[in-house]
Design a protein around this ligand. Structure first.
Ligand SMILES: Nc1nc2c([nH]c(=O)n2[C@H]2C[C@H](O)[C@@H](COP(=O)(O)OP(=O)(O)OP(=O)(O)O)O2)c(=O)[nH]1
Ligand SMILES: [Mg+2]
Length: 140
């Protein structure tokens, strides 16, 4: 044990669970070269200073996918410790309104049934989101 360790970065992320009228949810695959490369995620990104979570989600979805959505209730908030940083995901349910999703910042996009999400590889922090979506699916 030696040396001074600087605290881990803590990223605060607005995350959109966008559903369409068929009950499918939009996921995107992260670029293969970056952090968590090639993993699937729910679209979203870093909350900027002065921004609400809802504003962040609307902005990120326009920037990343160029579609129009409605941001509804918070589904959950998850804090997860990765090896090199900590992340808090502020996850909101959202409804797809219009526009064809464009893979502007990602590798690819898919609409998936929540019960088929186990076939996709997501970051560790996402397990709870997927469980919640599957529980909701059963209740409906
Ligand atoms: N968007 C999104 N990010 C997620 C999910 N699960 C998860 O662990 N993350 C992590 C991965 C990234 O470290 C971070 C989001 O980073 P980002 O790459 O979308 O955001 P950003 O461009 O604003 O951030 P950065 O490149 O400046 O670090 O949150 C998820 O489902 N969606
Ligand atoms: Mg992002």
């Amino acid at each position: 044990m030696s040396g001074i360790s600087s605290p881990k970065a803590h990223k605060k992320i607005g995350v959109a669970v966008i559903s369409n009228p068929k009950g499918k949810i939009l996921i995107d695959r992260r670029k293969s070269d970056g952090e968590m490369g090639g993993l699937w995620e729910f679209p979203g990104g870093k909350i900027e200073p002065g921004e609400t979570v809802e504003e962040c989600i609307e902005r990120e979805i326009k920037e990343e996918l160029d579609i129009e959505i409605t941001v509804s209730d918070r589904l959950t908030t998850i804090t997860h410790d990765y090896q090199t940083f900590t992340v808090t995901l502020y996850v909101h349910l959202c409804q797809y309104i219009r526009g064809k999703p464009q893979p502007i910042e990602c590798e690819e996009i898919q609409w998936v049934d929540p019960f088929l999400m186990n076939q996709y590889q997501f970051p560790q922090a996402n397990a709870k989101i997927i469980n919640l979506l599957q529980q909701r699916g059963i209740k409906q």
